[in-house]
Design a protein around this ligand. Structure first.
Ligand code: ATP
Ligand code: MG
Length: 470
């Protein structure tokens, strides 16, 4: 199951080898043998015909002596390496090119009949048992005055022909072996270039599935597999950081829930067992109420943030007067401001200024920003809220002259639960979720929010909204 792909390739490779071998042993060798046989027969037949129409004819017409023709045929025999006979139609051997050789043929061929050749001009065998080894025998008739006077017969030992074809077949085997070696090389290349990288990627994928993101895919080739491995590594790192974020988030949530719960529990126990006397109970009950409010706010903020997932929240977008919303929001802070002696300065463009957005969400943005500005401002200071219109956009700025944000915290203030050290001491009620919600809301509108701040001087938040058409 594990290495199926590799086994398939290996099986294919072996099948290829066996098939190639079978083809060479059957088809190739048979065809070569047949081809050699036919070529030899053709050549011998041409030779036999030449003899039948020249020397043999001369012999029958008595224009050449027996010794002369014998000499000529012996010479051709040496050249062809095949005995040449001339026989009469009854099988009487008239001339034998090897008359003196040990391979002497009988003077008369028993049961000789030319019909034994059938329709072909050659046959294979020991020719009426007159030859000591299997041979290819070719015949050509000697015709004088339209009558067959005899036949020229040439016998070529088959061992010579098979020797030739075996030579050719051996070359085929050698070629097959070379091709097989080349395929083997291909298989090796495939193993290193494709199979091993795929196995490495699969192994890493399994590790990721088991939650182990430390294993990196080590494939550095500059091809599709290399890109795949790089994508895998990227995916792993993303999953890893996602997991980290989640862990951090849960740690923050539990911490933020635990501290108020612990203090509530402690005060209630103290009230119940009488550690806190009756006259003092009011003070501690107020602290308990404050902590409960904080828990309530925390839960609400988290529910709010949850609405803006990866798909963004459903916005109820419509035109409304931002100047009016700013005035209304500022009014709701009047009580706190008179306490802290903080005043507002509103620099608003136009009587009314219509923007296209979700009014209740923008109200919440303004609320969170103004709430921060008041929290982190000194007494007797002014908070400036300004609206300006430029390039079909409305810029809304909330500016204070408070404690400011340290430079290295500027990027982190948008993170959930982030609070600067100063605010941890100053504002115990804060959850660190306010700006995260603000950012989500502005992003859901496809708009931008920015912060400019100098520690000890003040802070300005500026965000944009689309101008309503009218
Ligand atoms: P919550 O908004 O839930 O009451 P919070 O105000 O502490 O809590 P955020 O509104 O997200 O949380 O602000 C994050 C941190 O950014 C604050 O704790 C504070 O340290 C810093 N910060 C935000 N606004 C200002 C400001 N106007 N001046 C100085 N510091 C600020
Ligand atoms: Mg806040």
């Amino acid at each position: 199951m594990k290495s199926t792909l590799y086994l398939k390739f290996l099986g294919g490779f072996v099948a290829f080898g066996i098939l190639g071998f079978l083809i060479v042993t059957t088809f190739t060798s048979q065809r070569t043998y047949r081809y050699m046989e036919e070529t030899a027969a053709d050549e011998l037949y041409r030779e036999a015909k030449t003899i039948a129409t020249s020397y043999a004819q001369n012999y029958y017409e008595d224009t050449i002596t027996l010794a002369d023709i014998q000499e000529h045929l012996a010479a051709i025999d040496v050249y062809l390496n095949a005995p040449i006979w001339i026989v009469d139609p009854q099988g009487e051997l008239l001339i034998n090119s090897r008359a003196q050789s040990p391979e002497t043929a009988p003077v008369r061929i028993q049961d000789f009949s030319i019909t034994s050749f059938g329709t072909r001009y050659y046959q294979i065998g020991t020719f009426y048992d007159t030859l000591t080894q299997e041979s290819l025998t070719v015949y050509a008739p000697i015709i004088i005055n339209y009558r067959v006077q005899g036949y020229v017969l040439i016998h070529k030992p088959m061992s010579q022909i098979t020797r030739y074809s075996n030579g050719f077949i051996n070359i085929s085997y050698l070629s097959l072996a070379l091709i097989f070696l080349c395929t083997l090389a291909l298989l090796v290349v495939f193993t290193f270039a494709v199979y091993l990288p795929i196995r490495r990627i699969t192994r890493s994928a399994k590790a990721y599935a088991a939650g182990n993101f430390d294993t990196k895919v080590k494939v550095h080739s500059n091809d599709e597999l290399g890109y795949l491995a790089a994508s895998f590594n990227y995916m792993a790192s993303e999953l890893h950081s996602l997991e980290d974020d989640q862990r951090k988030f849960i740690a923050n949530v539990s911490h933020d829930f635990r501290s108020p719960l612990t203090s509530i529990k402690g005060y209630i126990e103290a009230i119940m067992d009488g550690t806190i006397p009756y006259e003092m109970q009011d003070k501690y009950l107020n602290i308990i109420l404050m902590e409960t409010e904080r828990l309530n706010k925390l839960t609400q903020s988290m529910l709010e943030l949850n609405k803006y997932g990866s798909h963004g929240a459903m916005l109820d977008v419509g035109p409304f007067d931002i100047n009016n919303v700013i005035k209304m929001t500022v009014q709701s802070f009047e009580g706190t401001c008179t306490q802290k002696k903080i005043s507002f300065e509103l620099i608003l463009t136009g009587e009314t200024l219509f923007v296209n957005a979700d009014m209740s969400k923008i109200q919440q943005v303004l609320y969170n920003l103004i709430d921060n500005a008041i929290k982190f401002s000194h007494a007797d200071s002014t908070i400036t809220i300004e609206t300006t219109e430029r390039n079909e956009k409305v810029f809304i700025s909330v500016k204070d002259t408070g404690i400011g944000i340290p430079k290295d915290s500027l990027k982190k203030i948008w993170e959930r639960f982030y609070k600067t050290d100063a605010s941890r001491g100053k504002d115990k009620k804060g959850t660190g979720l306010g700006l995260a919600i603000v950012k989500e809301i502005i992003q859901a509108h496809n708009e931008n929010i920015n912060v400019i701040s100098t520690e000890g001087v003040g802070t300005e938040f500026i965000f944009t909204l689309p101008l309503a058409e009218q």
